[in-house]
Design a protein around this ligand. Structure first.
Ligand code: FPP
Length: 236
């Protein structure tokens, strides 16, 4: 694959764990565990294909409405994933960041997120963002509150507020906007994901469920992306 036109930043909505498990007659939580395993594989595949930034939607601000059992199982999966992340990040030079409303997470997960970010901050390989308790409207609301505080305390004047000011107050400040968004499992909604950041992004949808979205499927998405006429956003 021609590395030059590989999208620098790929964002993924990892949908369909539950449907995949159901199709195999297994509980939803097995689907999530298989989804987590797939995400791990995907990091190496993305890196190998030349992708620099990967941002995945792991848990939305709306996902708290799922059953208590499912929420608990997901939180345990995130714990396990972040704990293993230290060794994996060191071994593969991956930088890990967690985006979303962190104070809304269980305290030990907040601490793990802080620690893994600090631990991996100088890694120069794949830049990997996990959206946990993330909602784009919530992120923009938090940014607006911070900007309002700066105006109130006199460090910012309203005339100086620009698109750049808003970008810099988002959880993704310092991360370039995604070039390609992939949503698996057939739905074609944005589900409150990166609304500001996806303004010029190409959207790719596939019926494949996340647990079985592999290298071939990612290559198909990239090949589709390469046929697009990129006139905006990060396009050269
Ligand atoms: C969507 O499937 C998936 C999620 C809500 C959670 C995504 C979580 C993972 C892939 C687990 C691994 C992630 C990390 C960071 C360890 P769904 O439950 O909405 O499936 P359905 O639409 O078929 O019911």
């Amino acid at each position: 694959m021609d590395k030059k036109s590989v999208p620098a930043h790929v964002a993924i909505i990892m949908d369909g764990n539950g449907r995949w498990a159901k199709s195999k007659g297994m509980p939803r939580t097995i689907g999530h565990a298989k989804g987590a395993q797939n995400l791990e594989d995907m990091l190496y595949i993305a890196d190998e294909l030349g992708i620099k930034y990967l941002t995945v939607y792991a848990f939305s601000t709306e996902n708290w409405k799922r059953s208590e059992d499912e929420v608990l199982a997901l939180m345990n999966l995130f714990r396990q994933y972040l704990r293993n992340g230290f060794r994996k990040a060191a071994k593969n030079n991956v930088r890990i960041r967690v985006i979303g409303y962190r104070p809304g997470l269980p305290k030990d997960l907040q601490d793990l997120a802080d620690e893994i970010e600090e631990f991996s901050k100088d890694n120069t390989g794949l830049q990997f963002q996990i959206a946990l308790n993330y909602g784009s409207r919530d992120e923009i609301t938090r940014a607006v509150k911070q900007i309002a505080e700066e105006v109130k305390n006199g460090t910012l004047s309203p005339e100086d507020i620009s698109e750049e000011t808003i970008t810099k107050h988002l959880d993704t400040a310092d991360i370039p906007d995604p070039d390609l968004l992939i949503r698996t499992s057939g739905e074609q909604r944005l589900s409150n994901y990166l609304l500001w950041q996806l303004a010029y992004t190409e959207f790719y949808y596939t019926d494949t469920h996340w647990p079985v979205f592999g290298k071939k499927e990612l290559q198909d998405a990239i090949e589709w992306y390469q046929t697009r006429d990129r006139r905006y956003g990060n396009a050269k």
